[in-house]
Write a protein of this length. Structure first.
Length: 167
C-alpha cells in the first residue's frame, strides 16, 4: 500500500519574473510545489489551506510585502502561514516593520541557496505552531541545525544568485 503525501506548497511573490523563476526552479528541485505571484494583491488571491509558506519580496508595486504580510495576519485563515521576506537591506529601521507585520525571517540578497534551504525547511517544520513568539524561537534553533546538516552534506555551497531589485 502506498501512502500519498502531498508536496508542501510554497508561494513565491516577487515583481521580478526572473527572481520568481529562479526560486520556483530551486524549490521544485527540492520537492516543493510552487505557486508564484507578481505582487501582494495576486498573492492574497492565491492563498489557500494548501500554502504552507510564503517567500516574498519586500518592495513591490500594487501591494508591497509588508502590507501583504499585515493583511495575512488580519485574516484568521492565513495568519498562521509563515512569511520569509527577500531583502537586500539589513538595516533594522527597514526590517523592523516587516517583523512587526508578522514576518518569520528574512532571506538576504544575494541569496545563498543553503541559507534559503535551511530557512524553508525550518519554516515547514513549524507550520502547526500558532504562537508567533514560540514559533520564531523554535525556528531560529531549527535554522541553525538545518544549516549545519546541509554543511555536513555539502549541499551546493556555491549556489548563489543575485535577485534583481526594482528601483
Amino acid at each position: 500500500m502506498q501512502i500519498f503525501m502531498p508536496q508542501p506548497t510554497v508561494l513565491v511573490v516577487d515583481d521580478e519574473e526572473p527572481n520568481r523563476e529562479i526560486l520556483r526552479d530551486l524549490l521544485k528541485d527540492d520537492g516543493y510545489f510552487v505557486l508564484t505571484a507578481a505582487n501582494g494583491s495576486e498573492a492574497l488571491q492565491l492563498l489557500s489551506d494548501e500554502v504552507g509558506l510564503v517567500i516574498m519580496d519586500m518592495c513591490m508595486p500594487v501591494l508591497n510585502g509588508v502590507d501583504t504580510c499585515a493583511e495575512m495576519n488580519r485574516n484568521p485563515k492565513t495568519r498562521s502561514i509563515p512569511v520569509l521576506f527577500l531583502s537586500g537591506c539589513n538595516r533594522d529601521s527597514q526590517l523592523r516593520p516587516a517583523l512587526n507585520a508578522g514576518a518569520l525571517d528574512f532571506v538576504e540578497k544575494p541569496i545563498q541557496c543553503a541559507d534559503l534551504r535551511a530557512k524553508v525547511s525550518a519554516a515547514f517544520m513549524l507550520t502547526r505552531i500558532e504562537n508567533p513568539a514560540l514559533r520564531r524561537r523554535l525556528y531560529q534553533e531549527l535554522v541553525l541545525s538545518e544549516a549545519e546538516r546541509l554543511r555536513q552534506e555539502d549541499v551546493e555551497p556555491e549556489c548563489c544568485f543575485e535577485a534583481r531589485c526594482a528601483l
